[in-house]
Design a protein around this ligand. Structure first.
Ligand SMILES: Nc1nc2c(ncn2[C@@H]2O[C@H](COP(=O)(O)OP(=O)(O)OP(=O)(O)O)[C@@H](O)[C@H]2O)c(=O)[nH]1
Ligand SMILES: [Mg+2]
Length: 220
């Protein structure tokens, strides 16, 4: 497998846009040659929930992953992009800083809201990463963050073109059947979407394609 993923920090932890880095990225990947034929896939979710690992497995990118032997802490800072390897059409993977991290604390939530909104605005497919045990919880499973993001998205931009929200469930519990988990998850997400905006409530399926899948992680 070729390895020209060109991992680049797009926005740093203070929200500064890396203009020179993007210039180098677009030249290195010959972005101009794509015209309008490209896709963007982003991932969001809580800190240390395996987002970078997921992107690296799915898209053969090389985002930095946490080394669990050194403790559990923030690994991805800001927003990173990379070229997906071996995928057509040309696709850019976007790896977000995790939400709900102790490094920013409970009062500094602006970055996670802005970055989730940014990811939703620019991506064709937004992966929403979560642990299986969070399904059915009210405050977990990214629900408060998603509600805010949907509200702001509608007030700022409107829905835009139809997007895929792909919920990726990690560490599935063996005794609960997949279809039961999926039903609970999608019911909850539908509720979040429909209660965040009257326009979205009118027809969720017109704006979003909701999908749920399970990612089984095997340590190398
Ligand atoms: N149990 C389990 N561990 C996982 C899974 N995926 C990744 N991990 C481990 O979880 C830790 C965090 O992985 P990362 O991919 O760095 O997580 P992240 O969400 O990108 O972390 P931040 O960038 O800090 O938000 C690493 O030690 C991974 O090896 C999974 O599906 N199940
Ligand atoms: Mg990460």
């Amino acid at each position: 497998m070729e390895k020209d993923y060109c991992v680049t920090q797009l926005i740093d932890g203070r929200g500064e846009f890396n203009a020179s880095g993007i210039d180098i990225f677009t030249k290195d990947v010959n972005f101009a040659a794509c015209g309008e034929s490209y896709a963007i896939v982003a991932v969001m979710g809580p800190q240390s929930s395996g987002k970078s690992t997921l992107m690296n497995h799915l898209f053969h990118t090389d985002f930095k992953e946490m080394d669990g032997r050194a403790g559990r802490n923030q690994t991805t800072l800001g927003i990173w992009i990379a070229k997906c390897v071996g995928i057509e059409p040309f696709t850019i993977a976007v790896d977000l800083e995790g939400s709900d991290g102790r490094e920013r604390g409970s009062h500094d939530t602006a970055f996670e809201k802005q970055s989730a909104l940014f990811a939703l605005a620019i991506s064709d497919i937004l992966l929403i990463n979560m642990w299986c045990i969070e399904i059915g919880r009210e405050q977990a499973a990214n629900k408060p963050l998603l509600r805010t993001v949907f509200q702001v998205m509608m007030s700022l931009f409107g829905p835009g073109r139809k997007k895929t929200l792909l919920f990726v469930v990690r560490d599935k519990i063996p005794e609960t059947p997949l279809e039961r988990l999926e039903a609970t998850l999608l019911t909850d997400i539908n509720k979040v979407i429909t209660t965040s905006s009257t326009a979205l409530a009118s027809d969720v399926n017109f704006f979003f394609f909701l999908v749920c899948l399970y990612f089984f992680f095997e340590r190398q």
